[in-house]
Write a protein that binds this ligand. Sequence first.
Ligand SMILES: [Zn+2]
Length: 452
Amino acid sequence: MPTLTCLGAAGTVTGSKHLLRYGDTQLLIDCGLFQGLKNLRELNWEPLPVEPHGIDAVVLTHGHLDHCGYLPRLARDGFAGRIHATAATRDVAALILRDSAFLQEKDADFANRHGFSKHHPALPLYDIDDAERTIRMFSPAPLHREVALPGGATLLLRRAGHILGAASAQIDAGGLRIVFSGDVGRYDDPVMLDPEPVPEADYVVIESTYGNRRHERTDPVEALAAVIERTVQRGGTVVVPAFAVGRVQTLIHSLWLLRRAGRLRNVPVYLDSPMATSASELLHAHPHEHRLPPQDYEAACGAVTCVREVEDSKALSASRFPKVIISASGMATGGRVLHHIAAFAPDHRNTLLFSGFQAAGTRGRKLLEGARETRIHGQWIPVNAEVAELPMLSAHADADELMRWLSGLQRPPKRVFIVHGEPEASEALRERIERDLGWPAAVPRQDQVFNL
Ligand SMILES: [Zn+2]
């Protein structure tokens, strides 16, 4: 009898890892890092309850760090199978994993130089060699075509919207069909294509990031313009922490639409994230995976100034001229956006604008909850700037859109498992599925084993 165990993204939005066992085969769906709260991040250092060399293959739904960021550690600890994902996901994951390995090495080095760590010497979770080896283990799978998995199972990927390459995974194993939603994107998104419906499944594992929320139906481009215009009128700068892959490209496109309509003409826009610049180039490499015609895409990128050098980034922090700075990381947990927050948060004329989901324990979440100071690089920074949120710019479906995606099923599944959400969000979606659809639904606990 196949079993399903969630080794992450149970009661939280990070650390996605779902173990499917059938016969003698063990398949891992997603292999993400835990982020946010310290007790979650510490889980990245705990051994998995399954031997990495005993995992036969990994299926990766998309390239965000909370879905792929543990892969190099898995490989370092003995995993030697294939990683099945779309070609675009492989390219996104390659960017993200190289960056992550660089940060892991940098953090360990910093801890060693400053004696921060309990461990001597402090070691990175993985290094660049582990990341490069992992990237070579990818086996690109086309959309809409069955691919063989170990143990006689098959995999079929469908578009999930969300970010470039993102897919839902349909796995036929042990006589059952199990569908993993991955992260579900928004419908009618200006950049990404709609999530595709899944007609049939025995079991569904669905995300619930916004399981208890409905995005405002106001035009996101207009809402973005309003925040920027009022900040510029005050003589201030808008700092937008953004996920390098996904949101950055949507923001750039929205800003270009506004410029084309004659708005924000004198407001320079800076993209201060080398990884986001590289991610934007991936739109070119995968023209069928999004809605933007190449000429629009080029014009949109031409309207922003890309900042590559650290010195130029620092000069931007020092400049008081009104402007928009888009920079990573999206939850303000690290990256260049930190020195922009340190520079601009103290002045009430400026705005910190969050566009994506902010996980519990992250600096972004604390700022949205009203923190009036934040500690950056060892210093307490007062927060007098406006702190704004535009969740309708998020790459995640809201509760109505998750229900719409589920309604693609033409017969009721045996059960729906609700993952990748904070407890209130997952519970709200569970209640709604049972109430509106009458389908049995459960919110798995970490490491809980379900017989399918
Ligand atoms: Zn994601």
